[in-house]
Design a protein around this ligand. Structure first.
Ligand SMILES: Nc1nc2c(ncn2[C@@H]2O[C@H](COP(=O)(O)OP(=O)(O)OP(=O)(O)O)[C@@H](O)[C@H]2O)c(=O)[nH]1
Ligand SMILES: [Mg+2]
Length: 298
């Protein structure tokens, strides 16, 4: 039996969260076409016949422009700490950047690195080949696995390579546990995901979600969920609410469908929109929204 930790890292939008979801077979992390979707490190656990692999999804690596950005980068560092290996995800359509190459070399000095060359479904064989060629001179990359996280192609090969990096050891988590995150956390993330999909321009990046109530009704099998959708400006609040409340209704309807899947129950969802000016630069307000640097391992 082998068991251990593998961190999934890479540039924003490379497909890290799509990959962890496909590997785990459950939605543990939200996904969107916008860069900077993931803000926390999130664990997803895979059990095979002879191994337990604890994957850690991390935010895309970027230059922090505010306190939230610094928190996200600390989450990446914390996710990379004491792992048995790293899966570095590259978007094959974008190719291998200088940043990718130097990051992989740096990571490889600390833990074995496997490259997941993702989105093979979206590019030609020639593009795939060129991306593989660009990586052949990077030192110490253990394996390069071309795959499609979205279509679930070649994930077995990646799992095989990941298991090889793990030490002998017993399982660390029970078989039925597939994430370290609570339903409450997932609920907030699902609402944020819908906001990322439905809102435009800079508005979605300043959205945070706080769950006020998450309760099973006493008399019926229905979850009663109340949440604040927090934005940064009064003008954004008007956009999030939309004409006649139309936008908020759209976000709530889309979120409710996923929340019902998450809880396996009917969901009664109420959303409020609140303005918290510059919350992404306030440690106090960030903490209220669940982003606390103290929660991260140094
Ligand atoms: N065609 C294609 N698209 C993919 C694949 N994997 C991910 N995507 C898309 O790429 C976009 C980004 O996916 P995410 O999984 O959110 O990427 P991420 O690396 O977690 O992004 P951040 O959290 O922002 O760092 C989404 O639109 C996905 O649907 C893939 O294998 N093929
Ligand atoms: Mg992500």
């Amino acid at each position: 039996m082998r068991s251990g930790f593998i961190c999934i890292a890479g540039l924003p939008n490379a497909g890290k969260s799509t990959l962890i979801n496909s590997l785990v077979g459950e939605k543990v992390a939200i996904v969107s076409w916008r860069p900077q979707t993931t803000r926390n490190k999130i664990v997803g656990i895979v059990n095979t016949d002879d191994a337990q692999i604890v994957f850690i999804d991390t935010p895309g690596m970027l230059n922090a422009r505010n306190k939230l950005g610094s928190y996200m980068m600390k989450s990446v560092q914390s996710g990379l700490k004491d792992v048995d290996g790293v899966i570095y995800v590259v978007d094959a359509a974008k190719g291998v950047s200088e940043f990718d190459a130097s990051t992989m070399a740096q990571l490889a000095a600390k833990a074995p690195v496997i490259v997941a060359l993702n989105k093979q479904d979206a590019v030609t064989r020639e593009t795939m080949f060129a991306a593989m060629q660009a990586m052949k001179d990077i030192p110490d990359v253990k394996a390069i696995v071309p795959l499609s996280a979205k279509k679930g192609e070649n994930l077995d090969a990646l799992l095989h390579e990941a298991v090889r990096l793990l030490p002998e050891g017993e399982k660390m988590y029970p078989d039925d546990m597939y994430t370290d995150r609570t339903m409450r956390f997932m609920a907030a993330e699902i609402i944020r995901e819908k906001a990322l999909y439905l809102l435009d321009k800079e508005v979605p990046y300043g959205i945070g979600v706080n769950i006020n109530k998450f309760e099973l009704c006493e008399d019926k099998p229905i979850y009663d969920i109340d949440a604040d959708v927090v934005c940064e400006k009064q003008s954004h609040k008007a956009i999030v609410i939309g004409k006649g409340g139309g936008m908020l209704k759209k976000i709530a309807t889309a979120a409710r469908a996923d929340l019902e899947e998450l809880t396996g129950r009917q969901v009664f969802l109420t959303l409020y929109v609140r303005v918290k000016a510059e919350w992404r630069d306030s440690e106090y307000l960030m903490r209220e929204l669940g982003y606390d640097v103290k929660d991260l391992k140094d």
